[in-house]
Write a protein that binds this ligand. Structure first.
Ligand code: BG6
Length: 476
């Protein structure tokens, strides 16, 4: 059977430490911003961790990772994306020495992956800034965060240089614009945060990211370092030129991040934006040179596309992955209101490739849905998640189309390959996995794992390197 997917395509799945590990205050781990976010971004933060925060236990991946990695291997994963919880390595973020127990945990996890030939893909910072850095320094607003991050990444690069080849510097780095606490550890409430401080924080993250790329290349010859952005194709709501310009502005706001990572300088449209908004970014003498350390590849999440309009009366805001836009009248939405647009993935792949000519990695994509655990007819239990299969099939077909368009795609890691706590709403009910985890929104459940129907479907996709998708679509 023929396939559009190149040999060596990295098929796999993705999670983040704070959404699955649990063990939030054990084995030397310090608190992270997530430990005081019981409602995700959907509600207020708390002073201390509270029992209703499902992430404190997560899916107990910390203790069950061997069973989970075995299941990933059974599906044929070539790659597994997870993050290192910064506060497991440096509990306060500004400590001088790392926590050996934390380092050992990731040694064991990466060894377990490698045992099955699964390549780890590691996010250095995935919405889990050490809480002390948020409270004491106001997170990335403070330039000192660059040196704390430098110490942390140097430690993990040196430790795992023989075990991890693929690294991402910051998860969805552009999301700091919408979620400054979750994404940037900025303790100042969003409504009080000035644009000046917000964009200075962005600058610090961009410099830190470039520094990580520089250090990564020096310390780990052969390693590949990428940025990670939240992608959101933005269509003009109508052909009215006002709508086209409005969508261009929205796209620029996000393009800024990948532009700097891929080109090594600030784009001119942002200079205009700063000028007109009275923002003056303070560059330290070394920053300009540092930013020139550009990434090896661009990675991104893709869930939804949105529309933009220049007409203030039509600016009705729809739901979306952090950035909300105007709903598209041609698209259906998920149970959480995220509009489903498989062709948007082909579009965004082409757009990134046209812009940067760098390899691309889809490191998040999937459907958050309510699942029902039922008898599988053989004495076990399963979920008949045909809706998830349809979502992923339609998106993967578009990945195949983009590859046929000539786009260089390194791999695809579906989001939440095993059910985990959701980021935006911090619930278990919103499930993405091929593997069902028995845990509920009220914290009840045995934490037992069950293979869903999509588990077997994805196994076939990987086993045939995408050729099984031809059953529904000609990808030859
Ligand atoms: C991305 C994040 O924004 O979307 C993940 O990188 C997150 O951490 C994913 O889980 C899906 O969002 P949610 O809110 O449905 O979990």
């Amino acid at each position: 059977m023929k396939t559009a997917f190149p040999e060596g395509f990295l098929w796999g799945g993705a999670v983040a430490a704070n959404q699955c590990e649990g063990a939030y205050n054990s084995y030397g781990k310090g608190l992270s911003t997530q430990d005081i976010m019981p409602h995700g971004i959907a509600g207020p933060i708390t002073e201390e961790p509270t029992e209703d925060n499902l992430k404190l236990v997560g899916i107990d991946f910390y203790h069950r990772y061997k069973e989970d990695v075995r299941l990933f291997a059974e599906m044929g994963f070539k790659v597994f994306r997870t993050s290192i919880a910064w506060s497991r390595i440096y509990p306060n973020g500004d400590d001088l020495t790392p926590n050996e127990e934390g380092l050992q945990f990731y040694d064991d996890l990466f060894d377990e992956c490698r045992k099955y030939g699964i390549e780890p893909l590691v996010t250095l910072s995935h919405y889990e800034t050490p809480l002390h850095l948020a409270k004491e320094y106001d997170g990335w607003v403070n330039r000192k965060l660059i040196s704390f991050y430098e110490r942390y990444v140097t430690t993990v690069f040196k430790r795992y240089k023989d075990k991890v080849k693929y690294w991402l510097t910051f998860n969805e780095i552009n999301s700091i614009l919408e979620a400054p606490f979750m994404s940037g550890g900025i303790y100042t409430p969003k409504e009080k945060l000035s644009k000046q401080d917000l964009y200075q924080a962005v600058h610090h993250e961009l410099v830190a990211s470039a520094l990580a790329v520089k250090l990564g290349h020096e310390l780990m010859p052969g390693a590949k370092l990428g940025c990670m952005v939240l992608s959101m194709p933005t269509y003009p709501l109508t052909p009215n030129p006002d709508d086209v310009i409005a969508s261009m502005h929205f796209e620029h706001k996000n393009d800024f991040f990948a532009d700097v990572h891929a080109r090594g300088t600030y784009p001119n449209y942002m200079k205009r934006y700063f000028r007109e908004n009275g923002i003056e970014i303070h560059f330290a003498p070394e920053d300009e040179e540092l930013l020139k350390h550009t990434v090896d590849f661009i990675s991104f999440s893709y869930y939804v596309s949105i529309c933009e309009t220049g007409d203030p009366d039509k600016r009705k805001t729809g739901q979306g992955n952090l950035f909300a836009g105007v709903p598209n009248p041609y698209l259906q939405a998920s149970e959480w209101g995220w509009q489903i647009d498989p062709q948007g993935l082909r579009y965004v792949l082409n757009r990134f490739y046209d812009r940067y000519q760098k390899p691309l990695f889809i490191v998040e994509n999937g459907l958050g849905a309510v699942d029902e655990l039922v008898d599988d007819g053989h004495g076990g239990k399963t979920v008949n998640d045909d809706y998830r299969i349809a979502y992923m099939r339609d998106h993967l077909i578009q990945v195949g189309e983009a590859i046929k368009d000539g786009v260089e795609v390194m791999g695809y890691t579906s989001w939440g390959c095993i059910d985990i706590v959701s980021a935006s709403t911090a619930e278990m009910k919103k499930r993405y996995g091929f593997i069902y985890v028995d845990r509920n929104n009220d914290g009840s459940g045995t934490l037992e794992r069950f293979r869903k129907k999509s588990f077997h479907w994805y196994k076939e996709v990987i086993g045939t390197n995408g050729a099984s998708l031809n059953k529904d679509h000609n990808l030859e």
